[in-house]
Design a protein around this ligand. Structure first.
Ligand code: NAD
Length: 283
């Protein structure tokens, strides 16, 4: 039987801790504050930003949505990130994607102060992560590990296979698995015979953005599958990258979409902001 590795209970627990920590910090004169920089009119991005703002408000964090508009220039986005990085009242900064044509995400994210880089977007954060130095991991990659720990999936000495190599999910997830002594393979769009690699996985992390990419032929009975993909459906729903019907009953565990990685990601963004705020002096 396939175990469902849900994320809502874990997310609720993290948010409860965040809520009490936010109240404590506020009493001390530091109200945790997250800033989300937006330069797009993309609908799903707006939906995601609203969900972060709602979660922040519920936990007692301030959340500023800094909307620069879809025609913002690289210079104006960089200037805003620098301003927020220098503002002592701001503890966390997120740069939302997509960005206007011609703007480069990694290049801009380099202007986020590393101690406020709560979504691990600054290339310095990824480098520090790879070097085993303290850094914020991208919240989604951190959520993958938090889910595995919550469901007591062992990692040391196990085979971890990550499908997708983006700087925000695939690469940092691979680094975090490596840090936990897993033997890690990273697959991507040029990987030949994907199933040959994924079938070796004790833990399979899929972060591609292609519904139905992973089917029964890609998995083994011992595989625990973490589905990071979020693909909107025609009827307004959400599906992952894993064909749930196909793999169900053929793997050891599977995260649901929605209700798996997503809620944990949002909770960890807030948790990172709390960590940053608790290191700052009362203003
Ligand atoms: P991306 O487009 O930046 O990267 C996709 C990766 O998949 C690339 O590295 C590419 O090489 C690889 N790829 C493409 N086609 C492939 C194929 N046929 N076989 C194997 N690999 C292939 O995407 P991303 O930002 O890493 O996001 C991946 C997915 O995760 C998306 O669905 C996104 O919406 C979702 N996501 C979810 C959360 C969350 O909180 N749940 C957060 C971020 C991203």
């Amino acid at each position: 039987a396939t175990k469902t590795l849900g994320g809502t209970e874990l997310a609720r627990g993290i948010r409860a801790e965040v809520t009490s920590a936010a109240a404590e910090l506020t009493l001390l004169g530091v109200t945790p504050r997250l800033a989300v920089v937006v330069a797009t009119d993309d609908e799903s991005s707006a939906w995601y930003v609203r969900s972060i703002a709602r979660a922040a408000a519920k936990s007692g964090l301030l959340c500023d949505i800094v909307d620069l508009g879809a025609d913002a220039t690289t210079q104006s986005i960089r200037a805003e990130l620098q301003r927020l990085s220098a503002d002592p009242a701001v503890h966390g900064i997120i740069l939302q994607t997509p960005l206007p044509a011609g703007a480069n995400f990694e290049d801009l994210a380099a202007s986020i102060a590393p101690d406020k880089d709560v979504d691990g977007a600054n290339p310095l954060s990824l480098g520090r992560l790879a070097a085993g130095l303290p850094a914020y991991a991208p919240a989604t990659a951190a959520a993958v590990l938090a889910l595995l720990d919550h469901h007591e999936v062992p990692l040391a000495g196990r085979t971890g296979v990550v499908v997708g190599r983006s700087n925000v999910v695939g690469k940092p997830a691979a680094q975090l698995l490596l840090q936990r002594d897993a033997t890690v393979t990273v697959c991507h769009r040029y990987t030949q015979n994907l199933g040959h690699h994924t079938r070796t996985a004790d833990v399979l992390v899929v972060a591609v953005g292609r519904p139905g990419l992973i089917t029964a032929q890609h998995v083994a009975e011992h595989t625990v599958v973490i589905d990071v993909g979020t693909n909107p459906t025609d009827d307004g729903g959400l599906v992952g990258d894993v064909d749930e019907t196909s793999v169900s009953g053929r793997v050891a565990g599977l995260t649901p979409v929605p209700g798996g990685v997503g809620p944990v990601t949002t909770a960890l963004l807030l948790q990172h902001t709390i960590q940053s705020a608790s290191r700052s002096e009362p203003s």
